[in-house]
Design a protein around this ligand. Structure first.
Ligand code: ADP
Ligand code: MG
Length: 693
């Protein structure tokens, strides 16, 4: 057993870290940190390790002094080097930090929510006496800037005034971070808590918002002050010692040997797709196809890096559009529960950072610019479920294209230039602008979202609420049974002699019990994402190509709309990869392609079919208007132009009668005239007389 001292640390370094120190000497002064693994200190001496956790200020000081005084064979002297300690076995949840943790060495894990720009901080001020010119040095602590009490020159000894001499003062890079609890540590919709962290020198600028890290350091407290003066309440701040970046997917989910055995058995089960669909939102009746698509989204395709530097996303994006009260929000909430790293947010109410990211100058940054991560950055390598996506802020709207396709978010504002990662799948829900969905209008007109954004979704589903006796009865029964099960269990919990047995409850719950529990499914998904990387078989490839070309062919006939674009082909590939992963298969077969063609066709039929012609038309989503409508507008414009030539301006009755001859209905003409007018393509020259601009 030893007590910490410079000598003890020197012994430790020589026995365990000599190679690392030589390496550091080679790269000094570009590199200034010696990273020490806590378990090594424990192996060296348990007591020293314990002392470090209990009295970090003194022990870390010893270690730093030992490092800088160590005799190096090379011609190097370490100055301003740091010992950074990682891999503390016990991590504390941010919400569990208490006063007993103050001034102790702790490790917390989470996501970077905010980060200020890196700016210099003064650590040793050189003050020049304005009277005698003597320089007095004042080391600067945390927070407040301090000036010398009196001039160090014995002859002078005046108490001011002093002037700070910049080029003799010492500065260090500094940055403030805010770390937020990881969503995986929060089950059941709790609000994540945060902790502010100060880092300096080579730790500054190391991480960006959205990064998952383990931070260790000494927990400090500082006094709050309010208008009445100093408060008795203290705030917490972590004085950062080390940062460990976690870039692996699902490191947080542990899979045991027994788990793997169970997963492999499940993967061979011919019913596996049914079982997984039956585990997604079992309290919601129906929507088999949507649930199947959601399942594939959870498993996801594979991101690919091509030799030319391009990256193709493997995550697929799904949009649910529909009438109010059709369980869109419920489906989203359920998906968050199943997805590793799932985040639920609403397009309109989320934080100031919105869905993407923002740069602000606020109190947190103390006048510096702060970069704050929004939902899609926080959901990096996970699933972002965004409800009311149509109500997102204008700022987000413009960065969403990049976020969805390249899966990055670039910010260039004031001094801040940054690219944040948003490698997540997006499950969005949107309500129609006019309350209910109208099958005869193109989707882009009905939800407040630009067509370019809509075309980024791999699958769009329209959930309508059309009364039908069979379906309504089934839903009603399902909902009532679910509530009945809830009633039984609530009564049993609250009343001592309720006469309700656990068996009764289990029986009633049967209908809403997921086939696989959420915990198990999450492990299953994490396992496949880590281990299964399927490759497409020749016949499956041919199947996809034939299907795609078959659809494209419909566009070859003269005057036909473009039915699908290459985007749909990419969506098919991602879905096929996910489908193979579900059954732990390393090859994509025609079973997979048949399954996903069925799902994709269901989605295409809903959103890309021209209600007038019954044909597929990609422009309905991509441009916001189908070909038949565009053709009608062309015809109408011709009519107005002709009439204009004949009589100066086109009277409305004439336009209508000629349009009717071409087979366009009166209401449609009136509607289109309004649209052309608001688009500025025609003007009303006098009452009910129009001219083409
Ligand atoms: P939306 O977000 O689409 O407006 P919600 O998710 O808020 O709708 O759903 C409204 C309520 O109706 C929820 O409590 C949901 O459980 C119930 N509900 C709607 N459709 C179904 C269904 N098919 N099966 C079970 N419950 C349903
Ligand atoms: Mg809703």
């Amino acid at each position: 057993m030893v007590q910490s001292s410079i000598q003890v640390w020197e012994d430790f370094f020589k026995r365990y870290y000599w190679e690392n120190i030589l390496e550091l000497a080679k790269n000094f002064p570009e590199k200034r940190s010696l990273v020490v693994q806590f378990p090594d200190i424990e192996r060296f001496d348990m007591e020293l390790a314990r002392e470090l956790l209990e009295h970090p200020d003194l022990v870390i000081k010893h270690s730093n002094e030992a490092l800088s005084s160590i005799d190096l064979p090379a011609d190097v002297v370490f100055t301003e080097t740091h010992v950074r300690i990682i891999k503390i076995p016990e991590r504390i949840q941010i919400r569990e930090l208490r006063s007993e943790n103050i001034n102790k060495f702790i490790a917390v894990s989470g996501l970077i929510r905010k980060a200020t720009e890196v700016r210099p901080k003064i650590i040793n001020g050189a003050f020049k006496c304005q009277k005698c010119g003597e320089i007095t040095f004042m080391p600067q602590g945390e927070g407040k800037f301090v000036e010398p009490f009196e001039c160090e020159n014995d002859v002078c000894g005046r108490k001011g005034a002093f002037k700070l001499v910049h080029d003799q003062s010492e500065f260090i890079d500094a940055q403030k971070l805010r770390i937020q609890e990881s969503p995986d540590d929060l089950r059941g919709g709790e609000q994540p808590q945060t902790l502010d962290v100060d880092v300096d020198d080579d730790l500054a600028g190391l991480v960006s918002p959205g990064d998952r890290i383990v931070l260790s350091g000494v927990l400090r407290s500082f006094q709050r002050s309010n208008r009445e003066g100093k408060s008795t309440f203290f705030d917490l701040l972590l004085d950062g010692n080390s940062i460990d970046i976690e870039d692996k997917e699902f490191e947080d989910i542990e899979i045991s040997k027994e788990d793997i055995e169970e997963i492999v058995t499940l993967g061979k089960d011919p019913e596996i797709y049914k079982k997984i669909i039956g585990s997604i939102a079992p309290s919601i009746y129906g929507y088999e196809e949507v649930k199947e698509a959601m399942a594939l989204q959870l498993f996801s395709g594979m991101a690919k890096h091509l030799p030319d530097g391009a990256r193709i996303r493997g995550d697929m994006h799904i949009l649910l559009v529909g009438d109010p009260g059709v369980a869109k929000s419920q489906l989203l909430r359920y998906a968050v529960k199943l997805a590793p790293r799932g985040i639920y947010t609403s397009g309109k109410s989320s934080t100031s950072a919105g869905l993407t990211a923002t740069a602000v100058k606020d109190e947190f940054g103390d006048g510096r610019w702060t970069l704050e991560a929004g939902a899609l950055v926080l959901a990096d390598m996970g699933l972002a479920c965004v409800d009311e996506l149509d109500k997102m802020e204008a700022d987000d709207r413009s960065s969403m294209h990049e976020a969805m396709e390249q899966q990055t978010i670039s910010i260039a504002k004031a001094g801040i230039m940054a690219t944040l990662k948003s490698r997540c799948a997006l499950l969005g829900a949107a309500n129609p602008k006019f309350g209910r969905f109208d099958r005869y209008e193109p989707i882009a007109k009905q939800i407040n979202m630009p067509p370019a954004l809509l075309s980024r979704f791999d699958l769009i589903f329209i959930l309508t609420d059309e009364p039908s006796v069979n379906r309504d009865t089934a839903i009603a029964e399902h909902i009532l049974k679910a509530h009945y099960a809830g009633e039984l269990s609530t009564r049993r919990k609250n009343i001592v002699n309720s006469g309700i047995s656990t068996d009764d409850i289990t029986k009633a719950m049967e209908i809403i019990r997921p086939v696989l529990e959420a915990e198990k499914l999450r492990k299953y998904i994490a396992y496949t994402k880590r281990n299964i990387f399927p490759i497409i078989q020749d016949d499956a490839r041919k199947h996809l190509i034939d299907f795609y070309l078959g659809l494209r062919k419909q566009g070859e006939a003269p005057d036909s709309p473009v039915p699908v674009t290459a985007r749909q082909l990419e969506a098919l590939i991602r879905l096929a990869e996910a489908s193979a992963r579900v059954r732990l298969s390393n090859v994509i077969t025609t079973d997979d392609t048949s399954r996903i063609i069925r799902i994709v066709m269901a989605s295409l039929k809903q959103v890309m079919t021209d209600p007038e012609t019954g044909r597929l038309d990609a422009d309905i989503v991509n441009v916001g208007m189908g070909k038949s409508q565009r053709d009608r507008i062309k015809v109408l414009r011709e009519i107005i132009r002709d009439l204009q030539k004949e009589m100066g301006a086109a009277p409305i009755e004439e336009i209508i009668s000629r349009a009717e001859e071409s087979g366009i209905k009166k209401e449609t003409v009136e509607d289109m005239i309004q649209k052309l007018k608001s688009a500025g393509e025609i003007i009303e020259s006098s009452n009910d007389r129009f001219r083409v601009v």
